[in-house]
Write a protein that binds this ligand. Structure first.
Ligand SMILES: NC(=O)C1=CN([C@@H]2O[C@H](COP(=O)(O)OP(=O)(O)OC[C@H]3O[C@@H](n4cnc5c(N)ncnc54)[C@H](OP(=O)(O)O)[C@@H]3O)[C@@H](O)[C@H]2O)C=CC1
Ligand SMILES: CC(=O)N[C@@H](CCC(=O)OP(=O)(O)O)C(=O)O
Length: 348
């Protein structure tokens, strides 16, 4: 028998995207599917696009239901995964799409999320360069507990990490402004997310350094550069269902040339299957990443102000959640990292 995977939170957006991708994964069989209040209903009531699984009945989200699989994906709200994971066998590969285990600093957790920190797991962003030359993927091979990054940190960290890894940027003045599609907020209805409020309008939220992805972006850039990073992060909501466009800037160190910047970005991702630095003059668009496990990146030097401007586009549900989760699962299970993951999106 092949590798079996359970998906907790199968009725949600992240769970639905996990299942869409797992349905075409050649080595993973889909096992138990669970939900919260919707346990007992059929998957088709929540994910009508997943026809091959339409008649599957959602089980309650308990460790007993999830046990007995090689792999468990948790696509649950923050705070729900730590308890479940603690009850699963230590040799089960558990991939948490939520935030509970992303941060290494308990103080940062308490400041931005509140409550007790549940502990730190291997961070699931394989392409992240680390000071010293390694990639984060080295920490994911054979791992049994993996924390999937937040969608904004995936886009923002991949955008700026090459400059930090090459020692070309100052860490004290990072600014990130990013726009997200509404699926980033999950399925639960929220008054500011109904169509009539979102259509034809863009709006900021979490302004003033309070969004909980801020310490995660800083943590990643610190790993890449080996120096302290402080970032100002502002998220905005865009009238689209999927996609993130992050514009990230930082001060360039004295004496660094535009050629060094270009070379650092191109060298960092030259051998990566999913992360692409576009040719000069072409800019990332969210539409070009839809449904694909890709991150598209471009970088420019704003010489007047001595800053680098890096832009990245991802699909928040694919590379930003479910695709990234499966990429990390492949590494944990010693499968080819790209197995079952789409490089090609849908257009227009
Ligand atoms: N959406 C995105 O772009 C991203 C999401 N994530 C993370 O993925 C996780 C899931 O997000 P998303 O799919 O968007 O959220 P949704 O609100 O769309 O789905 C949440 C899922 O969790 C289930 N659930 C809710 N409460 C409980 C509970 N108390 N116990 C058990 N199951 C419960 C829901 O079941 P039911 O239908 O029964 O309520 C549903 O299946 C979150 O941690 C989120 O932060 C990470 C990166 C990006
Ligand atoms: C548009 C929108 O609301 N997006 C979510 C981020 C989604 C995501 O990556 O995050 P978590 O796994 O950390 O929840 C937000 O800003 O809270």
């Amino acid at each position: 028998m092949g590798i079996t995977a359970a998906v907790a939170g199968a009725s949600g957006y992240a769970g639905g995207e996990l299942l869409r991708l797992l349905l075409s994964h050649p080595q993973i069989e889909i096992g138990t599917l669970t939900a919260g209040g919707n346990a007992g209903s059929k998957l088709a009531d929540h994910q009508p696009h997943l026809l091959p699984l339409a008649d599957r009945v959602l089980a309650p989200t308990t460790a007993d239901e999830l046990k007995g699989h090689d792999l468990v994906f948790l696509a649950l709200p923050h705070g729900a995964s730590a308890k479940i994971a603690a009850e699963l066998p230590v040799d089960t590969v558990v991939i948490d799409c939520g935030a509970d285990h992303r941060l290494s600093s308990a103080a940062a957790w308490e400041e931005f999320y509140g409550g007790e920190h549940a502990g730190t797991w291997a961070y699931g962003l394989p392409e992240l360069p680390r000071a010293g030359g390694e990639r984060q993927r080295e920490n994911l091979r054979g791992a049994r507990r993996i924390a999937v990054p937040g969608c904004y940190p995936t886009a923002s960290s991949l955008a700026l990490a090459p400059g930090f890894a090459a020692g070309l940027l100052e860490g004290d003045d990072v600014v990130v402004v990013a726009a997200s599609g509404t699926s980033g907020a999950g399925k639960a209805a929220k008054p500011n997310l109904v169509g009539s409020e979102v259509m034809g309008s863009m709006s900021p939220y979490g302004v003033g350094g309070v969004h909980r992805h801020t310490p995660e972006i800083e943590q990643n850039l610190e790993l890449a550069g080996g120096l302290k990073v402080t970032a100002s992060f502002t998220p905005t909501l865009a009238p689209m269902s999927r996609g993130i466009l992050a514009t990230a800037t930082a001060r360039i160190r004295p004496g660094v040339t535009p050629e060094q910047i270009r070379e650092a970005w191109e060298n960092t991702y030259r051998d990566e299957a999913f992360v692409h630095v576009l040719p000069p003059g072409r800019w990332p668009r969210t539409a070009d990443t839809l449904g694909a496990n890709t991150a598209l990146i471009q970088v420019a030097v704003d010489a007047r102000v001595g800053r680098v401007v890096a832009v990245s586009a991802i699909d928040n549900l694919t590379k930003g959640t479910a695709g990234g989760a499966i990429q990390s699962a492949n590494l944990a299970l010693d499968l080819p990292e790209t197995l079952g993951l789409p490089l090609v999106g849908v257009a227009p």
